[in-house]
Design a protein around this ligand. Structure first.
Ligand code: PEP
Length: 251
């Protein structure tokens, strides 16, 4: 059976005080949930405090980005090994905000994926199409390209230790969610493409859906055959909302 996973993406939100309140509430609310796995991906400066607060809990933590380079003269960058120093389990790679605002190409995303895996981190590889691409009938082509560059560089076998997140760009932070059927279609497409390369890996691959998931729509999305959990942005900043989403998957 595939692992079930909910990951919060805090983006560039929070401060020490707010984070403590959020984390304290989550630790309490999620403690009884044993059937799924949970994680929060937080801004770099807060990883140290996550390590302290979450070490003994059922919530893992991770980062939202990393450098494709191991070390060197790369001012402002953070390496995979630095994330390891703070006990990260996961790192989000290729989020659409990184691609569109910070110019990350499929090639850079693939290099970051490799850097994460070489350091033993689990990459959460984000893929997804824009509204224009969807309306032009290009969604599958775009997602296929995004995945292919990573598969070519890293190899299909590495997907036994990674997570894929389908995040339609038009649904991120917009309040518009893909319908369960729309999301399922793309998840099935991703799994089928993987299965053509390695049936076993495709069967075990955890594919998350992300894009305006809320407590009110989580259950119907998670009920879909190929949706194994969620990558949650805005709703992960509200403890009660995030906990409800986690409960919807744990059931
Ligand atoms: C995200 O940032 O990955 C995301 C899915 O955001 P939101 O849930 O706010 O749409």
């Amino acid at each position: 059976m595939r692992k079930k996973l909910v990951v919060g993406n805090w983006k560039m939100h929070g401060n020490l005080n707010e984070n403590k309140q959020l984390i304290d509430a989550l630790v309490t609310d999620l403690t009884e949930l044993k059937d799924a796995q949970f994680a929060v991906c937080v801004p770099f400066p807060y990883l140290y405090s996550m390590q302290g607060s979450l070490r003994e809990t059922n919530i893992s933590w991770g980062a939202q980005n990393l450098s494709q380079f191991d070390k060197g003269a790369y001012t402002g960058e953070v390496s995979a090994n630095m994330l390891n120093d703070f006990g990260c389990k996961y790192v989000i790679i290729g989020h659409s905000e990184r691609r569109s605002i910070f110019g990350e190409t499929n090639q850079i995303v693939a290099e970051k994926y490799v850097a994460a895996q070489n350091a033993g981190l689990i990459p959460i590889l984000c893929v997804g199409e824009t509204l224009e691409q969807r309306e032009a009938g290009l969604a599958e082509k775009i997602i296929d390209e995004q995945l292919s560059v990573v598969i070519e560089l890293a190899g299909i076998d590495t997907f036994d230790k990674s997570v894929v997140a389908y995040e339609p760009v038009w649904a991120i932070g917009t309040g518009k969610t893909a319908s369960p059927q729309q999301a399922q279609e793309v998840h099935a497409f991703i799994r089928k493409g993987m299965a053509e390369k390695n049936h076993k890996i495709a069967g075990e691959l955890v594919i998350l859906y992300g894009g305006s998931v809320k407590a009110s729509n989580a259950s119907e999305l998670f009920a879909m055959t190929d949706i194994d959990g969620g990558l949650i942005g805005g709703a992960s900043l509200v403890a009660s909302e995030f906990a409800s989403i986690c409960r919807a998957l744990n059931n």
